[in-house]
Design a protein around this ligand. Sequence first.
Ligand SMILES: C[S@@+](CC[C@H](N)C(=O)[O-])C[C@H]1O[C@@H](n2cnc3c(N)ncnc32)[C@H](O)[C@@H]1O
Length: 232
Amino acid sequence: MAPLLAPADLEPGQVVVDYGCGPGGLALELARCTGPSGHVHGVDLNADFVGMARQALADAGFAAFTTVHHATDDRIPLDDAQADRLVCKNVMEYVPDVAATLAEFRRVVRPGGIVHIIDSDWGMLVVEPLGATRLRELMDAASLAFRTPHIGRILYSEMKRAGFSDVSVAIRAGADTEGRMLPVLQHVAQFAEVSGKFEQKRVDAILTEVRQSIAEGACLMTLPQFMVTGRA
Ligand SMILES: C[S@@+](CC[C@H](N)C(=O)[O-])C[C@H]1O[C@@H](n2cnc3c(N)ncnc32)[C@H](O)[C@@H]1O
């Protein structure tokens, strides 16, 4: 996690927002960075994840300097300029209005504070043995899984347009030859089926082919992560 978070320049004592905190894995890491002299605010739309994140932070002994907010819309329940940092990982692909969400990030982070966004770009997914054409067909059919499946490539310009300064972008990609990303592919494939564009047997055949390739040690998967960082 450390290389993904390095551009956020996290330090003890900071107030940090984890937007779209999910079950709390990243919030735990952020709380370790801020320590009890700082504060981590998790925010999520999903009530189950909010409960899980609260529990994970409490179990780690971090309850006193963390708060997990259940957001009911895209507004962050914090005052203007309340945070030193805002970190957002694998969430922007789902928000209904990217520009409005970035404006909200600018509102809650103090001037000079840092917004650090980590997200993928599903148009850059590689799953061999599927080849480019079949994978593109699958991803097109699964596009209802995301609001903005190609968020990675547009985040840099969107951050600039939103008025952030010192905007930088870095891209990290790992090579998965062991099938660690199979659950991600299975999740996406479910959406291809739900869309009605792919029959179940076609999805099953694709997943069987990928599993076989993993078993043979021939599979390669990668999904680059875009890290875009700017100052409010
Ligand atoms: C793929 S998960 C990522 C969770 C976490 N950030 C991580 O990297 O492990 C996406 C999360 O974003 C949340 N989410 C989606 N849209 C949101 C929104 N508009 N506001 C807040 N949270 C949102 C979902 O409920 C989910 O917990």
